[in-house]
Design a protein around this ligand. Structure first.
Ligand SMILES: Nc1nc2c(c(=O)[nH]1)N[C@H]1C(S)=C(S)[C@@H](COP(=O)(O)O)O[C@H]1N2
Ligand SMILES: [Mo]
Length: 348
């Protein structure tokens, strides 16, 4: 075992995850052969402390604050009985790709050294946050909606909590109690969590216990000390291959991957198999949803053995595209450069 204390409940087998402190990064080869969604057994986990075990029978969600007319409390069964929405959405850690600031750009950023496996796409079912806020009678002066988690306080900073502007909270945020058709697993926020489409993972507060509607902008450690000035996630791409994967010379191979952007749909993906000298467009069929990802593939017959560098570059519907370099970020967020993925072509 790579980790000393159990902070994550589900098994973290080495072929699916790389454990990084209190977090578990998905290995991208674990998406190979999978469908559109990331199965729960391989969905990344980002915990500030530990996964709490919460009793849904006694659990309550409070909606209160100066920004509502009548504070409300909801129980688990009560939420499940409300009209629900089901949506396919990505959750991605703001630090996803941070490692490449160091390995590709020679300017390492502090923090968990995520490769590209700090993302997953699931089918979430729950109640729109808007419905809960409406039930509490939001006042015209409501500005920020502060969601607080029930997990143990993080260092001296208190419970994990981050305000959302009222506009986003009333727009497309889900209070989710189901993931891929199952009750939310403990590590992913049981009994309920927020899912905030397109935004940094920290917005999607797990183990929700309290929602405060404030009439002024709120400051918490999670929008000042940690994750300041980050909201929408940029464009990224990943191959469904191990780092340093070995591929036999006998091809052709189908190289598969996925691209995503918090800003909107991916419209184009280009792949290079020669370290960026030449590019060709990847094929993609089927579903691509806003705030999820686009699966794609190219066929490739390698002509020689040895080391190769694979690259994928996506463009989203806003025109945002991946360049070869991402400007330095002090906390290592917003990495969106093309990743140089090394592989080895071997005889056989
Ligand atoms: N209460 C609580 N919510 C939380 C966190 C946490 O540690 N505690 N981590 C956040 C971060 S930084 C991310 S990236 C996502 C990760 O969600 P996942 O563990 O379900 O993949 O949850 C967010 N919500
Ligand atoms: Mo995160």
């Amino acid at each position: 075992m790579e980790h000393a204390t159990v902070t994550i409940v589900k098994p973290l087998p080495d072929h699916l995850f790389r454990v990084r402190d209190t977090n578990a990064e998905m290995r991208w080869e674990a998406m190979s052969g999978q469908g559109y969604h990331t199965p729960i057994d391989r969905f990344f986990v980002r915990n500030h402390t530990s996964t709490p075990i919460i009793d849904a029978a006694t659990w309550r969600l409070r909606v209160h604050g100066a920004g509502v007319r009548c504070p409300r409390e909801f129980g688990y069964e009560q939420l499940r009985a409300m009209p629900s929405r089901t949506v396919d959405l990505a959750i991605e850690c703001a630090g996803n790709g941070r490692r490449f600031y160091g390995t590709q750009q020679h300017d390492a950023a502090p923090g968990t050294q995520w490769g590209l496996g700090g993302i997953g796409v699931a089918r979430w079912r729950g109640v729109p946050l808007r419905r809960l806020l409406e039930a509490a009678g939001p006042l015209p002066g409501a500005v920020d909606v502060l969601a607080t988690g029930l997990d143990a306080p993080f260092e001296e900073y208190g419970h994990v909590r981050r305000p959302l502007p009222i506009g986003k909270a009333m727009d497309d945020v889900l209070v989710a109690y189901e993931m891929n058709g199952e009750p939310l697993p403990p590590d992913h926020g049981f009994p309920v969590r927020l899912v905030v489409p397109g935004w940094v993972g920290i917005a999607s507060i797990k183990w929700l216990g309290d929602i405060e509607v404030a009439t002024a902008e709120l400051r918490t450690p999670w929008n000042t000390v940690f994750y300041p000035d980050v909201t929408v996630q940029p464009v990224k791409s990943a191959f469904e291959l191990a780092w340093n994967a070995r591929l036999p010379l006998t091809g052709p191979h189908v190289l598969r991957g996925r691209s995503w952007s918090g800003r909107g749909r991916i419209v184009r993906v280009e792949v290079s198999v020669d370290g960026g000298l030449s590019w060709r467009e990847a094929e993609h069929h089927g579903r691509h949803l806003v705030s999820a990802w686009l699966p794609w593939h190219v066929s490739w017959a390698p002509s020689r053995t040895g080391a190769h560098v694979l690259m994928a570059r996506a463009t989203d519907e806003t025109g945002a595209t991946q360049s070869l370099f991402t400007p330095r970020h002090p906390f290592g967020y917003n990495f969106d450069a093309v990743v140089r993925h090394p592989i080895e072509v071997v005889n056989g």
